[in-house]
Design a protein around this ligand. Structure first.
Ligand SMILES: *Cc1c(COP(=O)(O)O)cnc(C)c1O
Length: 384
């Protein structure tokens, strides 16, 4: 469409649109066909080949957002993650994995890597040193996720990318929490960026999807595996996702503006023992956040004092939803100890700082004063 560098909101709105050449409609038509003409066609189109018009073009939007050469859209974040891992790792290989990553990713590694003959090490902590310490001669992948869930710890993306490059090891990042609006890992040297598009890309808690952005060479290799695993997204959901992504930058910025204010409000409240948010000066990685993120995102966690029981606090909320997932335009809260991290042992949770009084807060776009009112009210009601 446009040759010169175009702005973030213009990419969100226009890149990868399917032009309606027949009727000139303003939005992309949906091509639901599972069968396409093959005579004299250079491309053999089929949904599981990830190359229907809607799939192909939305991949370009995602690539443009991540400053990557190419992209691929999957049926879920886990489909994207598992395909990337099995593309990068073969029997006899080893992977270095950040120690606190999304529960589903951890489960995939711990439940299935052994049967594929793949060895792995979880890092001791999130410092670059602990990644370096885990590298073996057969290491083929370094995998990170920053900010992490639910403690919002950061990994130095540039340092990890540099480490990977110096050893000839592929690096991959789960960029779900930050989105390309806030950080673009490819520009920091990371090879592969992965998203659960179920979260901010979708943004309205009504689509399950995943996405990968990388070089054309890596995406071609990934495609070769992905078409056989068959984890493509239905074209209707692809179309929904394209529609949702038009407002990605606007939503993410509004959400993070709210989150910053809510973090400051919570930090001052007498019921709150600690707030974990990279935008706060008290956050141990605040300086790193300033260098690798543009803004600090809209996920935060906070620790309630014992006389404000977490479960009754959540039950006392009227506006904010106690809901499992995250990143929607509506604010949600969970207790990680009872949900995302319930399968960990109490000792493992404690090691990660996840107590029963910890609340993870996905801040939405509601009016700040209404969110504050809801929290204040719930704290009053639940106080013992
Ligand atoms: C939700 C999530 C995933 C998994 O995505 P699905 O779309 O549920 O498969 C992976 N990583 C992070 C950080 C997530 O929040």
């Amino acid at each position: 469409m446009l040759k010169r560098d175009i702005g973030l909101n213009t990419i969100c709105t226009h890149s990868g649109a399917v032009e309606d050449v027949v009727y000139g409609g303003a939005v992309s038509p949906i091509y639901m066909s599972t069968s396409y003409d093959f005579i004299d066609k250079s491309t053999k189109r089929y949904p599981r080949y990830f190359n229907t018009p809607n799939q192909e073009l939305l991949s370009k939007k995602i690539a443009a957002l991540e400053a990557a050469e190419a992209g691929l859209i999957f049926s879920s974040g886990m489909a994207a993650i598992s395909n990337v891992m099995l593309m990068a790792l073969k029997s006899g290989d080893h992977a270095v994995i950040q120690n606190d990553i999304y529960g589903g990713t951890r489960n995939f590694i711990e439940s299935h890597f052994k049967s594929y003959g793949i060895d792995y090490s979880f890092t001791k902590d999130l410092t670059s040193k602990s990644f370096r310490d885990c590298i073996k001669t057969n290491t083929k992948l370094i995998y990170i996720e920053t900010p992490s869930n639910p403690m919002l710890k950061l990994v130095d993306i540039f340092a990890i990318a540099k480490l990977g490059k110096s050893k000839g090891i592929l690096t991959a990042i789960d960029n779900t929490f930050a989105t390309p609006v806030i950080q673009k890992p490819i520009t920091l040297g990371v090879d592969i960026v992965i998203h659960s598009a179920t979260k901010y890309f979708g943004g309205h808690s009504d689509i399950t999807a995943g996405a990968v952005a990388s070089s054309q060479k890596i995406v071609d290799k990934l495609w070769d595996l992905a078409k056989d695993f068959g984890g493509n997204l239905s074209d209707f959901s692809v179309w929904m996702l394209e529609r949702s992504m038009k407002t990605l930058a606007i939503r993410v910025k509004a959400q993070q503006k709210n989150a910053r204010k809510l973090a400051r409000f919570l930090e001052k409240h007498a019921a709150i023992e600690a707030v974990y948010y990279p935008g706060l000066k008290s956050h141990p990685n605040h300086d790193l956040a300033k260098t690798q993120m543009r803004g600090y995102g809209s996920m935060l966690s906070f620790q309630l004092y014992e006389n404000y029981p977490a479960l009754s606090f959540l039950k006392s909320l009227n506006l904010i939803k106690p809901n499992m997932s995250l990143a929607g335009v509506e604010s949600t809260m969970i207790m990680p100890s009872k949900t995302s991290h319930a399968l960990l042992s109490e000792a493992d949770r404690k090691a990660q700082g996840i107590s029963d009084q910890l609340i993870r807060f996905s801040v939405g776009i509601e009016s700040k004063k209404d969110l504050i009112y809801d929290i204040k009210h719930a704290l009053n009601v639940c106080k013992k």
